[in-house]
Design a protein around this ligand. Structure first.
Ligand SMILES: [Zn+2]
Length: 311
C-alpha cells in the first residue's frame, strides 16, 4: 500500500526542529513566524499566477493540434461533472516489472482505446472476443449502468483496465501537480470501486509530450514513478480523433501504414461515444495483423512501455 508523501517543513533545505535551549527556541519560533508569513504571501501570489496560466492553457489547448486531438472529447457524451471520489488507499500493490518486455523476438501489437467507456466499448469488446484477442482501455470517469458494466467486462474478459483521467479537462488535470495527483488517484479509486481491481497503468491526457500542461510534466512523471504507476504513450496513431468522425478506411490505412518490422507497436485509438468509425475499422486492422503474424496483446506488467518523454 502506498500513500502520497506529505512534504516536510523545511528551512533552507533543513528540517525545522525546535531545540531545547530557550533562546534558540525563541529565535526558531520567530524565524518560523516570518517563514509562514512569507509562505502565505507567496502562496497567494502563486494562486493568482496559476489562475492566469490556467486560462492561457485553456486557450492553448483549444488551438493545439495534438496527435491525439483530444479536443473532440468535450463534445462527446462524457460526464464531466462526475463527482471526484475521495482518495483512499487501495488494496493492491503496484506491479513489479523489469521493463524488458515480453515474447522477445516476436512482433507485438498493443491495441489501446482512450476516452471510454461508452456504448462503443461494448461493440469493441464484442469484436475483440470474436477474434480472440485482448486490448487495453485507458478510461475516464463516465458513470452510468452500461459504462460501469463495460468496465467490469473489460476486467472479466482479460482485457486490461487502465487510467486516463477523471475529467480529461487539461485545465483541471494539469492546473498544478496537486490536481494532477488528485486526478490520477481519484480515477484509480473510482475504477477500484467499479471493478475491485487496482490498476497501475496510466496514459497522460494528450500524451506525456503534450504542450498544454500548466504544471511540469517531469514532476508528474516523478510522482507516477514514486507511486508505482507505469505510463504508456503510443508509437502508432490511428488518427481517429483528428476530426469528429474520420473515415473508416483512413483509420485502417493510418494504422497499417505504421506497422512494420519493429518488435513492439502501441496503437492509439479511441472508444468515446462519437468514434463509431473506429469500431468499423477494428475488424480489418485485426485481420491484417493476424494474417501477418503479429501477436495482439493486452498491456501487462511485463510490457515494455512506449514513452514519448522521461523525467
Ligand atoms: Zn484522451
Amino acid at each position: 500500500m502506498k500513500r502520497v508523501k506529505r512534504p516536510e517543513l523545511r528551512l533552507h533545505g533543513q528540517k525545522v526542529r525546535l531545540k531545547k535551549k530557550p533562546v534558540i527556541l525563541a529565535v526558531s519560533v520567530l524565524v518560523l513566524i516570518v517563514l509562514l508569513v512569507s509562505v502565505s504571501v507567496h502562496a497567494a501570489s502563486k494562486k493568482h499566477t496559476q489562475k492566469v496560466s490556467a486560462g492561457v492553457a485553456e486557450e492553448t489547448a483549444a488551438e493545439e493540434k495534438l496527435s491525439e486531438e483530444e479536443t473532440t472529447t468535450a463534445e462527446e457524451e462524457t460526464t464531466q461533472e462526475a463527482t471526484l471520489p475521495e482518495v483512499q488507499t487501495t488494496t493492491a500493490a503496484a506491479p513489479q516489472t523489469d521493463g524488458e518486455g515480453e515474447y522477445p523476438g516476436c512482433k507485438k501489437v498493443y491495441l489501446t482505446f482512450d476516452d471510454g467507456p461508452s456504448p462503443n466499448t461494448t461493440k469493441i469488446l464484442d469484436i475483440l472476443d470474436q477474434y480472440g484477442v485482448k486490448a487495453t482501455f485507458f478510461t475516464i470517469c463516465s458513470p452510468g449502468e452500461e459504462n460501469e458494466e463495460s468496465l467490469k467486462r473489460i476486467v472479466s474478459s482479460g482485457n486490461t483496465l487502465a487510467i486516463h483521467s477523471v475529467s480529461h479537462e487539461y485545465s483541471q488535470v494539469y492546473a498544478s501537480i496537486d490536481s494532477f495527483k488528485e486526478d490520477v488517484l481519484g480515477m484509480q479509486q473510482w475504477l477500484y470501486e467499479q471493478t475491485g481491481v487496482t490498476t497501475w497503468f496510466y496514459r497522460f491526457p494528450g500524451g506525456s509530450s503534450n504542450k498544454v500542461a500548466n504544471c511540469d510534466i517531469s514532476d508528474c512523471i516523478n510522482f507516477l514513478n514514486e507511486q508505482g504507476f507505469v505510463y504508456f504513450d503510443w508509437n502508432v496513431s490511428s488518427g481517429d480523433a483528428s476530426a469528429k468522425c474520420v473515415d473508416k478506411d483512413t483509420i485502417v490505412q493510418n494504422v497499417l501504414s505504421e506497422i512494420g518490422s519493429r518488435e513492439e507497436y502501441v496503437v492509439l485509438m479511441h472508444d468515446a461515444g462519437a468514434k463509431t468509425t473506429t469500431v468499423e475499422a477494428l475488424p480489418e486492422i485485426i485481420e491484417y495483423l493476424q494474417a501477418n503474424d503479429y501477436m495482439i496483446l493486452p498491456i501487462t506488467a511485463n510490457t515494455k512501455p512506449v514513452q514519448h518523454r522521461h523525467s
